[in-house]
Design a protein around this ligand. Structure first.
Ligand SMILES: Nc1ncnc2c1ncn2[C@@H]1O[C@H](COP(=O)(O)OP(=O)(O)OP(=O)(O)O)[C@@H](O)[C@H]1O
Ligand SMILES: [Mg+2]
Length: 276
């Protein structure tokens, strides 16, 4: 059976002034699949998602559900079924968990959609912890719970394509595993997912297909299992001896740690060069 293309991006270019942050990026998301984009800090991953959402202007073609959406506004793209959970989560800190979730369904409410109550129950079934904390204000949730709320709120809008910008950022390893496991299970709800992750090992484990973004360009792509066995991916993103399997106990440095370490080493040698 031929798979149906949901999102088709061709030669996407995004620039900040003179700086080319994404260059000729092409990628595809098939309906019902999870696609991951991995890459180091500053590679252009968030820029890519923001451009697809229409938050940033871009050149190139973006087709969604067979329609060219490249000229649509953010609101129009949301209306077409696109949803972005940004790195910053953007929850309403002073509002309760349940009100944050209800707000995720606001556009459906305006359309007179009667299924919102059922969606709320589905989100609570996915994240029982949110149900236990339904009256608690969002600002008092733990980091992991906040991420669950951000995911839950996005799901309340019934998106066709969910774009997640580093859902594991800043979370403890066990919570990372729980969140990514839940994201993997979202496939069964019918939603398609474009997942941006620093945690390459876990991202490749839960996704069907993967892209490696380096310096704004797609450097490698392939089925996730193949990428996880690619020596270059192992060396750069999975750590020496990586086997592509996600592990909560994994203490090997992530790409993020490596970049931080390199920056620290740079600074130290810079300091040494300056000292008499
Ligand atoms: N508003 C901006 N103005 C100018 N340059 C920007 C802006 N936002 C991002 N950049 C630059 O664009 C490049 C890509 O940034 P981006 O945030 O997309 O990277 P990323 O892959 O998401 O990184 P990270 O893993 O750290 O989140 C970086 O060099 C960054 O400094
Ligand atoms: Mg980013």
């Amino acid at each position: 059976m031929k798979k149906e293309q949901l999102l088709g991006v061709r030669d996407l270019n995004v620039r900040y002034g003179k700086v080319e942050a994404v260059y000729r990026a092409s990628l595809t998301v098939e309906r019902g699949s999870i696609v991951s984009v991995i890459g180091p800090n500053g590679a252009g991953k968030s820029t890519l998602l923001n451009a697809l959402m229409g938050v940033l202007p871009s050149l190139g073609s973006v087709e969604f559900c067979g329609r060219d959406i490249g000229r649509l506004t953010v609101e129009q793209r949301v209306g077409q079924g696109l949803c972005l959970v940004p790195e910053t989560r953007e929850l309403f800190a002073q509002m309760s968990v349940e009100d944050n979730l209800q707000l995720g369904a606001f556009a459906r409410y305006r359309r007179g959609d009667k299924g919102i109550r059922q969606s709320l129950d589905e989100v609570f079934a996915l994240f029982p912890r949110l149900e236990q904390r339904r009256t608690q204000i969002a600002g008092s949730l733990s980091g992991g719970e906040r991420q669950m709320l951000a995911l839950g709120r996005a799901l309340m809008g019934r998106p066709t394509l969910l774009m997640l910008d580093e859902p594991s950022l800043g979370l403890a390893p066990l919570i990372v595993r729980e969140i990514l496991h839940t994201i993997g299970n979202l496939r069964s709800t019918g939603v398609s997912i474009l997942l941006i992750e620093q945690n390459a090992r876990a991202a490749l484990q839960i996704s069907d297909y993967g892209y490696v973004l380096e310096n704004g360009e797609i450097a490698l792509e392939g089925p996730s299992a193949e990428l996880a066995n690619n020596p270059r991916v192992i060396e750069s993103y999975l750590g020496i001896g990586g086997d592509g399997a996600a592990s909560a106990e994994d203490t090997r440095p992530t790409a993020h740690d490596q970049v931080l370490r390199l920056q620290t080493e740079d600074l130290m040698s810079f300091g040494e060069a300056l000292s008499p």
